[in-house]
Write a protein that binds this ligand. Structure first.
Ligand SMILES: Cc1cc2nc3c(=O)[nH]c(=O)nc-3n(C[C@H](O)[C@H](O)[C@H](O)COP(=O)(O)OP(=O)(O)OC[C@H]3O[C@@H](n4cnc5c(N)ncnc54)[C@H](O)[C@@H]3O)c2cc1C
Length: 394
Protein backbone atom coordinates (compact mmCIF):
# COMPACT_ATOMS: atom_id res chain seq x y z
CA UNK A 1 0.00 0.00 0.00
CA UNK A 2 1.32 3.38 -0.96
CA UNK A 3 -0.55 6.36 0.47
CA UNK A 4 1.77 8.95 -1.06
CA UNK A 5 -0.21 12.02 -1.97
CA UNK A 6 0.59 13.14 -5.52
CA UNK A 7 1.75 16.70 -6.06
CA UNK A 8 -1.41 17.61 -7.98
CA UNK A 9 -3.66 16.23 -5.22
CA UNK A 10 -1.65 18.03 -2.54
CA UNK A 11 -1.99 21.28 -4.48
CA UNK A 12 -5.73 20.75 -4.68
CA UNK A 13 -5.94 20.07 -0.93
CA UNK A 14 -3.92 23.24 -0.24
CA UNK A 15 -6.31 25.33 -2.36
CA UNK A 16 -9.32 23.85 -0.55
CA UNK A 17 -7.74 24.42 2.84
CA UNK A 18 -6.95 28.01 1.98
CA UNK A 19 -10.51 28.54 0.70
CA UNK A 20 -11.93 27.15 3.94
CA UNK A 21 -9.85 29.57 6.02
CA UNK A 22 -10.57 32.61 3.85
CA UNK A 23 -14.19 32.09 2.81
CA UNK A 24 -15.87 29.34 4.78
CA UNK A 25 -14.86 29.57 8.46
CA UNK A 26 -16.03 33.21 8.64
CA UNK A 27 -19.54 32.05 7.63
CA UNK A 28 -19.83 29.47 10.39
CA UNK A 29 -21.08 32.00 12.92
CA UNK A 30 -24.18 32.49 10.73
CA UNK A 31 -24.89 28.76 11.06
CA UNK A 32 -24.14 28.67 14.77
CA UNK A 33 -26.44 31.67 15.39
CA UNK A 34 -29.15 30.35 13.04
CA UNK A 35 -28.95 33.46 10.85
CA UNK A 36 -30.47 31.54 7.94
CA UNK A 37 -31.48 34.49 5.76
CA UNK A 38 -27.87 35.70 5.72
CA UNK A 39 -26.32 32.25 5.58
CA UNK A 40 -28.03 30.85 2.48
CA UNK A 41 -27.11 33.66 0.03
CA UNK A 42 -23.55 33.65 1.41
CA UNK A 43 -23.33 29.91 0.74
CA UNK A 44 -24.50 30.39 -2.86
CA UNK A 45 -21.89 33.08 -3.33
CA UNK A 46 -19.17 30.70 -2.13
CA UNK A 47 -20.48 27.87 -4.30
CA UNK A 48 -20.12 30.05 -7.40
CA UNK A 49 -16.47 30.69 -6.46
CA UNK A 50 -15.82 26.95 -5.99
CA UNK A 51 -17.22 26.20 -9.45
CA UNK A 52 -14.74 28.68 -10.93
CA UNK A 53 -11.89 26.93 -9.09
CA UNK A 54 -12.77 23.65 -10.87
CA UNK A 55 -13.26 21.84 -7.56
CA UNK A 56 -17.03 21.43 -7.73
CA UNK A 57 -18.69 18.05 -6.97
CA UNK A 58 -15.54 16.01 -6.34
CA UNK A 59 -17.72 12.88 -6.01
CA UNK A 60 -19.03 13.02 -9.59
CA UNK A 61 -17.22 12.42 -12.90
CA UNK A 62 -16.55 15.29 -15.31
CA UNK A 63 -19.10 14.07 -17.91
CA UNK A 64 -21.88 15.18 -15.54
CA UNK A 65 -20.13 18.32 -14.35
CA UNK A 66 -18.09 17.04 -11.39
CA UNK A 67 -14.36 16.88 -10.70
CA UNK A 68 -13.92 13.26 -9.52
CA UNK A 69 -10.49 11.69 -10.01
CA UNK A 70 -10.34 8.62 -7.76
CA UNK A 71 -11.68 7.37 -4.42
CA UNK A 72 -8.46 8.04 -2.48
CA UNK A 73 -8.43 11.67 -3.62
CA UNK A 74 -12.11 11.99 -2.81
CA UNK A 75 -11.44 10.64 0.68
CA UNK A 76 -8.64 13.16 1.25
CA UNK A 77 -10.78 16.01 -0.04
CA UNK A 78 -13.61 14.86 2.24
CA UNK A 79 -11.26 15.05 5.22
CA UNK A 80 -10.32 18.67 4.52
CA UNK A 81 -13.91 19.69 3.76
CA UNK A 82 -15.09 17.98 6.95
CA UNK A 83 -13.28 20.58 9.01
CA UNK A 84 -16.25 22.88 8.50
CA UNK A 85 -19.93 21.92 8.75
CA UNK A 86 -20.34 24.03 5.59
CA UNK A 87 -17.48 22.47 3.63
CA UNK A 88 -19.21 19.70 1.70
CA UNK A 89 -22.22 21.86 0.84
CA UNK A 90 -20.07 24.69 -0.49
CA UNK A 91 -18.05 22.27 -2.61
CA UNK A 92 -21.17 20.55 -4.02
CA UNK A 93 -20.63 17.07 -2.58
CA UNK A 94 -22.95 17.10 0.45
CA UNK A 95 -25.14 14.28 1.73
CA UNK A 96 -27.83 13.34 0.84
CA UNK A 97 -27.47 14.88 -2.64
CA UNK A 98 -24.11 13.19 -3.22
CA UNK A 99 -25.53 9.70 -2.61
CA UNK A 100 -28.63 10.43 -4.70
CA UNK A 101 -26.53 11.76 -7.58
CA UNK A 102 -24.23 8.72 -7.47
CA UNK A 103 -27.28 6.45 -7.49
CA UNK A 104 -28.93 8.20 -10.45
CA UNK A 105 -25.64 8.26 -12.32
CA UNK A 106 -25.28 4.48 -11.96
CA UNK A 107 -28.88 3.33 -12.24
CA UNK A 108 -31.05 6.22 -13.49
CA UNK A 109 -32.70 6.14 -16.93
CA UNK A 110 -31.61 8.71 -19.54
CA UNK A 111 -34.76 10.67 -18.81
CA UNK A 112 -34.17 10.61 -15.02
CA UNK A 113 -30.61 11.77 -15.57
CA UNK A 114 -31.67 14.66 -17.72
CA UNK A 115 -34.53 15.72 -15.48
CA UNK A 116 -32.99 15.17 -12.03
CA UNK A 117 -29.32 14.23 -12.10
CA UNK A 118 -27.98 17.07 -14.24
CA UNK A 119 -29.57 19.94 -12.27
CA UNK A 120 -28.70 18.16 -9.01
CA UNK A 121 -25.00 17.92 -9.81
CA UNK A 122 -25.05 21.50 -11.11
CA UNK A 123 -26.33 22.59 -7.68
CA UNK A 124 -29.47 24.09 -9.22
CA UNK A 125 -31.76 21.88 -7.14
CA UNK A 126 -31.48 19.83 -3.94
CA UNK A 127 -32.86 16.41 -3.07
CA UNK A 128 -33.52 14.13 -0.10
CA UNK A 129 -33.75 10.44 0.67
CA UNK A 130 -36.77 8.98 2.48
CA UNK A 131 -36.17 5.49 3.81
CA UNK A 132 -36.47 5.55 7.61
CA UNK A 133 -39.95 5.38 9.16
CA UNK A 134 -41.01 6.45 12.65
CA UNK A 135 -42.85 3.20 13.41
CA UNK A 136 -40.50 0.54 11.97
CA UNK A 137 -36.87 -0.21 12.87
CA UNK A 138 -34.58 1.63 10.48
CA UNK A 139 -31.85 -0.87 11.34
CA UNK A 140 -33.84 -3.55 9.55
CA UNK A 141 -35.31 -1.96 6.43
CA UNK A 142 -36.94 -5.26 5.39
CA UNK A 143 -39.62 -4.22 7.92
CA UNK A 144 -40.53 -1.04 5.99
CA UNK A 145 -44.28 -0.60 5.62
CA UNK A 146 -44.73 2.44 3.35
CA UNK A 147 -46.13 1.18 0.04
CA UNK A 148 -46.30 1.99 -3.66
CA UNK A 149 -48.99 0.31 -5.75
CA UNK A 150 -48.91 0.38 -9.53
CA UNK A 151 -52.22 1.37 -11.02
CA UNK A 152 -52.69 2.32 -14.71
CA UNK A 153 -49.02 3.22 -15.13
CA UNK A 154 -48.89 5.33 -11.98
CA UNK A 155 -47.38 4.59 -8.55
CA UNK A 156 -49.68 5.38 -5.64
CA UNK A 157 -47.46 5.97 -2.62
CA UNK A 158 -48.65 5.88 0.99
CA UNK A 159 -46.75 6.00 4.25
CA UNK A 160 -44.86 8.08 6.78
CA UNK A 161 -41.12 8.72 6.78
CA UNK A 162 -38.92 10.60 9.18
CA UNK A 163 -35.39 11.87 9.51
CA UNK A 164 -35.51 12.80 5.85
CA UNK A 165 -32.48 15.07 5.91
CA UNK A 166 -32.70 18.32 3.93
CA UNK A 167 -36.32 17.73 2.85
CA UNK A 168 -37.23 21.38 3.28
CA UNK A 169 -36.47 23.05 -0.05
CA UNK A 170 -35.66 19.79 -1.88
CA UNK A 171 -37.02 19.46 -5.44
CA UNK A 172 -37.40 15.70 -5.22
CA UNK A 173 -37.07 12.85 -2.80
CA UNK A 174 -36.05 9.26 -3.45
CA UNK A 175 -38.57 7.18 -1.52
CA UNK A 176 -37.78 3.61 -0.51
CA UNK A 177 -41.16 1.87 -0.41
CA UNK A 178 -42.64 -1.63 -0.50
CA UNK A 179 -43.72 -2.52 -4.05
CA UNK A 180 -44.39 -6.22 -3.45
CA UNK A 181 -45.15 -7.25 0.12
CA UNK A 182 -45.20 -10.94 -0.88
CA UNK A 183 -41.75 -10.99 -2.43
CA UNK A 184 -38.63 -12.37 -0.68
CA UNK A 185 -37.73 -9.95 2.07
CA UNK A 186 -34.85 -8.34 0.17
CA UNK A 187 -36.95 -7.91 -2.96
CA UNK A 188 -39.96 -6.24 -1.32
CA UNK A 189 -38.91 -2.63 -1.76
CA UNK A 190 -38.03 -0.26 -4.60
CA UNK A 191 -36.77 3.29 -4.94
CA UNK A 192 -39.05 5.82 -6.61
CA UNK A 193 -38.42 9.47 -7.44
CA UNK A 194 -41.10 11.74 -6.00
CA UNK A 195 -41.08 15.42 -7.01
CA UNK A 196 -41.84 17.36 -3.85
CA UNK A 197 -44.59 19.39 -5.52
CA UNK A 198 -46.62 16.20 -6.05
CA UNK A 199 -50.06 16.34 -4.47
CA UNK A 200 -50.16 14.13 -1.35
CA UNK A 201 -46.53 14.77 -0.45
CA UNK A 202 -46.28 16.87 2.70
CA UNK A 203 -43.58 17.89 5.15
CA UNK A 204 -45.30 17.41 8.50
CA UNK A 205 -42.56 19.09 10.52
CA UNK A 206 -38.89 19.74 10.78
CA UNK A 207 -37.93 17.57 13.74
CA UNK A 208 -36.26 19.30 16.64
CA UNK A 209 -32.89 17.55 16.96
CA UNK A 210 -30.61 18.31 19.91
CA UNK A 211 -32.41 21.57 20.55
CA UNK A 212 -32.88 22.91 17.02
CA UNK A 213 -35.25 22.36 14.09
CA UNK A 214 -32.64 23.67 11.68
CA UNK A 215 -33.63 25.10 8.32
CA UNK A 216 -33.57 24.01 4.67
CA UNK A 217 -30.48 21.97 3.96
CA UNK A 218 -29.72 21.88 7.70
CA UNK A 219 -32.91 20.11 8.80
CA UNK A 220 -34.47 16.67 9.19
CA UNK A 221 -38.16 16.29 8.35
CA UNK A 222 -41.05 14.01 9.05
CA UNK A 223 -42.81 13.49 5.72
CA UNK A 224 -46.24 12.14 4.80
CA UNK A 225 -47.10 10.37 1.55
CA UNK A 226 -50.88 10.35 1.23
CA UNK A 227 -51.92 8.76 -2.07
CA UNK A 228 -49.06 10.54 -3.69
CA UNK A 229 -49.17 9.67 -7.41
CA UNK A 230 -46.13 9.61 -9.70
CA UNK A 231 -45.51 8.04 -13.15
CA UNK A 232 -44.29 4.44 -13.45
CA UNK A 233 -41.05 5.64 -15.06
CA UNK A 234 -40.02 7.34 -11.79
CA UNK A 235 -38.92 3.93 -10.54
CA UNK A 236 -35.11 3.70 -10.28
CA UNK A 237 -33.73 0.44 -11.68
CA UNK A 238 -35.87 -2.70 -11.40
CA UNK A 239 -38.95 -3.37 -9.28
CA UNK A 240 -37.70 -4.93 -6.02
CA UNK A 241 -34.15 -3.63 -6.36
CA UNK A 242 -34.44 -1.15 -3.46
CA UNK A 243 -32.17 -3.02 -1.04
CA UNK A 244 -29.47 -3.64 -3.62
CA UNK A 245 -29.57 0.04 -4.58
CA UNK A 246 -29.48 1.12 -0.91
CA UNK A 247 -26.26 -0.87 -0.48
CA UNK A 248 -24.79 0.81 -3.55
CA UNK A 249 -25.86 4.19 -2.26
CA UNK A 250 -24.76 3.89 1.35
CA UNK A 251 -21.69 1.65 1.00
CA UNK A 252 -18.96 3.78 -0.55
CA UNK A 253 -20.59 6.89 0.99
CA UNK A 254 -19.41 5.62 4.38
CA UNK A 255 -15.81 6.39 3.35
CA UNK A 256 -16.96 9.96 2.87
CA UNK A 257 -18.67 10.09 6.26
CA UNK A 258 -15.58 8.67 7.99
CA UNK A 259 -13.17 11.10 6.35
CA UNK A 260 -15.51 13.97 7.17
CA UNK A 261 -15.53 12.87 10.83
CA UNK A 262 -11.74 12.76 10.85
CA UNK A 263 -11.72 16.32 9.51
CA UNK A 264 -14.05 17.32 12.35
CA UNK A 265 -11.68 15.74 14.91
CA UNK A 266 -8.72 17.55 13.37
CA UNK A 267 -10.51 20.90 13.43
CA UNK A 268 -11.50 20.44 17.09
CA UNK A 269 -8.01 19.43 18.19
CA UNK A 270 -6.62 22.53 16.45
CA UNK A 271 -9.14 24.76 18.19
CA UNK A 272 -8.01 23.17 21.48
CA UNK A 273 -4.37 23.71 20.55
CA UNK A 274 -4.86 27.46 20.04
CA UNK A 275 -6.76 27.76 23.30
CA UNK A 276 -4.36 25.66 25.39
CA UNK A 277 -1.39 27.64 24.11
CA UNK A 278 -2.82 30.98 25.14
CA UNK A 279 -4.88 30.15 28.25
CA UNK A 280 -2.89 31.11 31.35
CA UNK A 281 -3.44 28.82 34.29
CA UNK A 282 -0.91 30.52 36.56
CA UNK A 283 1.46 33.48 36.38
CA UNK A 284 4.01 31.39 34.51
CA UNK A 285 2.13 28.60 32.80
CA UNK A 286 -0.41 28.08 30.06
CA UNK A 287 -2.72 25.06 29.91
CA UNK A 288 -0.65 23.52 27.11
CA UNK A 289 2.08 22.87 29.70
CA UNK A 290 -0.19 20.74 31.89
CA UNK A 291 0.58 17.00 31.56
CA UNK A 292 -3.08 16.04 31.93
CA UNK A 293 -3.99 18.25 28.97
CA UNK A 294 -1.03 16.93 27.01
CA UNK A 295 -2.20 13.37 27.63
CA UNK A 296 -5.66 14.21 26.29
CA UNK A 297 -4.16 15.73 23.16
CA UNK A 298 -1.87 12.72 22.64
CA UNK A 299 -4.78 10.30 22.96
CA UNK A 300 -6.81 12.23 20.42
CA UNK A 301 -3.87 12.44 18.01
CA UNK A 302 -3.22 8.70 18.24
CA UNK A 303 -6.88 7.75 17.83
CA UNK A 304 -7.33 10.04 14.84
CA UNK A 305 -4.15 8.78 13.16
CA UNK A 306 -5.12 5.12 13.65
CA UNK A 307 -8.67 5.65 12.41
CA UNK A 308 -7.35 7.61 9.43
CA UNK A 309 -5.13 4.70 8.39
CA UNK A 310 -8.06 2.29 8.68
CA UNK A 311 -10.27 4.50 6.52
CA UNK A 312 -7.59 5.10 3.88
CA UNK A 313 -6.81 1.40 3.80
CA UNK A 314 -10.50 0.69 3.23
CA UNK A 315 -10.69 3.27 0.41
CA UNK A 316 -7.59 1.68 -1.11
CA UNK A 317 -9.13 -1.78 -0.76
CA UNK A 318 -12.36 -0.67 -2.49
CA UNK A 319 -10.30 0.70 -5.36
CA UNK A 320 -8.24 -2.50 -5.66
CA UNK A 321 -10.84 -5.17 -4.95
CA UNK A 322 -14.27 -3.53 -5.24
CA UNK A 323 -16.86 -2.74 -2.59
CA UNK A 324 -18.19 -6.28 -2.05
CA UNK A 325 -14.74 -7.56 -1.08
CA UNK A 326 -14.27 -4.63 1.31
CA UNK A 327 -17.70 -4.62 2.95
CA UNK A 328 -16.46 -5.80 6.31
CA UNK A 329 -13.77 -3.18 6.50
CA UNK A 330 -16.44 -0.59 5.73
CA UNK A 331 -18.46 -1.82 8.73
CA UNK A 332 -15.39 -1.66 10.96
CA UNK A 333 -14.46 1.89 10.00
CA UNK A 334 -18.07 3.08 10.24
CA UNK A 335 -18.53 2.34 13.94
CA UNK A 336 -14.89 2.78 14.93
CA UNK A 337 -14.43 6.24 13.37
CA UNK A 338 -17.81 7.45 14.64
CA UNK A 339 -16.73 6.57 18.20
CA UNK A 340 -13.27 8.08 17.78
CA UNK A 341 -14.65 11.39 16.61
CA UNK A 342 -17.13 11.49 19.45
CA UNK A 343 -14.33 11.05 22.00
CA UNK A 344 -12.06 13.58 20.28
CA UNK A 345 -14.79 16.22 20.10
CA UNK A 346 -15.70 15.58 23.74
CA UNK A 347 -12.07 16.03 24.87
CA UNK A 348 -11.80 19.19 22.81
CA UNK A 349 -14.95 20.61 24.39
CA UNK A 350 -13.62 19.76 27.86
CA UNK A 351 -10.29 21.46 27.14
CA UNK A 352 -12.09 24.73 26.33
CA UNK A 353 -13.95 24.88 29.64
CA UNK A 354 -17.08 27.04 29.55
CA UNK A 355 -16.11 28.32 26.11
CA UNK A 356 -16.61 24.77 24.84
CA UNK A 357 -20.27 24.89 25.83
CA UNK A 358 -20.91 28.08 23.88
CA UNK A 359 -21.65 28.55 20.21
CA UNK A 360 -18.66 30.91 20.01
CA UNK A 361 -16.68 28.00 18.59
CA UNK A 362 -17.84 25.25 16.25
CA UNK A 363 -16.93 22.53 18.79
CA UNK A 364 -20.33 22.52 20.53
CA UNK A 365 -22.06 22.30 17.13
CA UNK A 366 -20.00 19.23 16.24
CA UNK A 367 -20.63 17.77 19.71
CA UNK A 368 -24.41 17.98 19.19
CA UNK A 369 -24.56 17.11 15.50
CA UNK A 370 -22.14 14.26 15.37
CA UNK A 371 -23.63 12.20 18.18
CA UNK A 372 -25.81 10.99 15.33
CA UNK A 373 -22.76 9.52 13.57
CA UNK A 374 -23.17 6.42 15.73
CA UNK A 375 -26.78 6.01 14.54
CA UNK A 376 -27.25 6.99 10.88
CA UNK A 377 -26.04 4.85 7.97
CA UNK A 378 -26.17 1.85 10.30
CA UNK A 379 -26.02 2.06 14.09
CA UNK A 380 -22.83 0.90 15.85
CA UNK A 381 -24.44 -2.37 16.90
CA UNK A 382 -25.52 -3.27 13.38
CA UNK A 383 -22.03 -2.78 11.93
CA UNK A 384 -20.46 -4.69 14.81
CA UNK A 385 -22.80 -7.62 14.18
CA UNK A 386 -22.06 -7.62 10.43
CA UNK A 387 -18.29 -7.54 10.91
CA UNK A 388 -18.20 -10.07 13.76
CA UNK A 389 -20.51 -12.57 12.03
CA UNK A 390 -18.39 -12.50 8.91
CA UNK A 391 -15.20 -13.02 10.92
CA UNK A 392 -16.66 -15.85 12.99
CA UNK A 393 -17.98 -17.82 10.04
CA UNK A 394 -14.73 -17.97 8.02
C1 LIG B 1 -29.12 13.02 11.98
C2 LIG B 1 -29.77 11.89 11.26
C3 LIG B 1 -29.96 11.97 9.88
C4 LIG B 1 -30.62 10.95 9.20
N1 LIG B 1 -30.89 11.10 7.85
C5 LIG B 1 -31.65 10.16 7.22
C6 LIG B 1 -32.07 10.37 5.87
O1 LIG B 1 -31.73 11.37 5.21
N2 LIG B 1 -32.91 9.45 5.31
C7 LIG B 1 -33.31 8.33 5.97
O2 LIG B 1 -34.05 7.52 5.41
N3 LIG B 1 -32.92 8.11 7.26
C8 LIG B 1 -32.11 9.00 7.90
N4 LIG B 1 -31.75 8.81 9.22
C9 LIG B 1 -32.25 7.64 9.94
C10 LIG B 1 -31.19 6.59 10.22
O3 LIG B 1 -30.76 5.97 9.06
C11 LIG B 1 -31.80 5.62 11.26
O4 LIG B 1 -31.96 6.35 12.45
C12 LIG B 1 -30.95 4.39 11.49
O5 LIG B 1 -31.00 3.53 10.38
C13 LIG B 1 -31.43 3.61 12.75
O6 LIG B 1 -32.78 3.30 12.64
P1 LIG B 1 -33.80 3.67 13.83
O7 LIG B 1 -33.59 5.09 14.21
O8 LIG B 1 -35.16 3.28 13.39
O9 LIG B 1 -33.33 2.80 15.07
P2 LIG B 1 -33.77 1.29 15.39
O10 LIG B 1 -33.54 0.43 14.21
O11 LIG B 1 -35.13 1.29 15.99
O12 LIG B 1 -32.70 0.90 16.51
C14 LIG B 1 -32.65 1.56 17.77
C15 LIG B 1 -31.30 1.27 18.40
O13 LIG B 1 -31.23 -0.12 18.69
C16 LIG B 1 -29.93 -0.64 18.49
N5 LIG B 1 -30.03 -1.76 17.53
C17 LIG B 1 -30.64 -1.77 16.33
N6 LIG B 1 -30.56 -2.98 15.76
C18 LIG B 1 -29.89 -3.77 16.63
C19 LIG B 1 -29.50 -5.14 16.65
N7 LIG B 1 -29.75 -5.94 15.60
N8 LIG B 1 -28.83 -5.61 17.73
C20 LIG B 1 -28.54 -4.80 18.78
N9 LIG B 1 -28.89 -3.51 18.83
C21 LIG B 1 -29.55 -2.99 17.78
C22 LIG B 1 -29.07 0.51 18.00
O14 LIG B 1 -28.35 1.04 19.11
C23 LIG B 1 -30.09 1.54 17.51
O15 LIG B 1 -29.57 2.86 17.66
C24 LIG B 1 -31.06 9.80 9.91
C25 LIG B 1 -30.84 9.70 11.29
C26 LIG B 1 -30.20 10.72 11.96
C27 LIG B 1 -30.02 10.60 13.45
Amino acid sequence: MDFTISQSTQEKLNVINEFLHQEVYPLEKLLLNHQWSELFPALENCRAKVKKLGLWAANMPSDVGGSFTNLMDLALIGEVLGQSPLGHFIFGCQAPDAGNAELLHMFGSDDQKQKWLNPLVAGEIRSCFAMTEPHTAGSNPTLLDSTAELNNGMWHINGRKWFTTAAEGAAFTIAMVVTDSNAQKHQRASMIIVPTDTEGYEIVRNISVMGSEGKGYFSHAEVDFNDCIVPQENLIGEVGSGFALAQERLGPGRIQHCMRWLGIGERCINISKNFLNQRKISATQVLAQQPLMQAQIAESLAELAAARLMVLQTAWSIEQNGFQQSKNMVSLIKFHTANVVQKVVDRSLQSLGALGMTDDTVVSFFYREERAARIYDGADEVHKIVAAKQFLKT
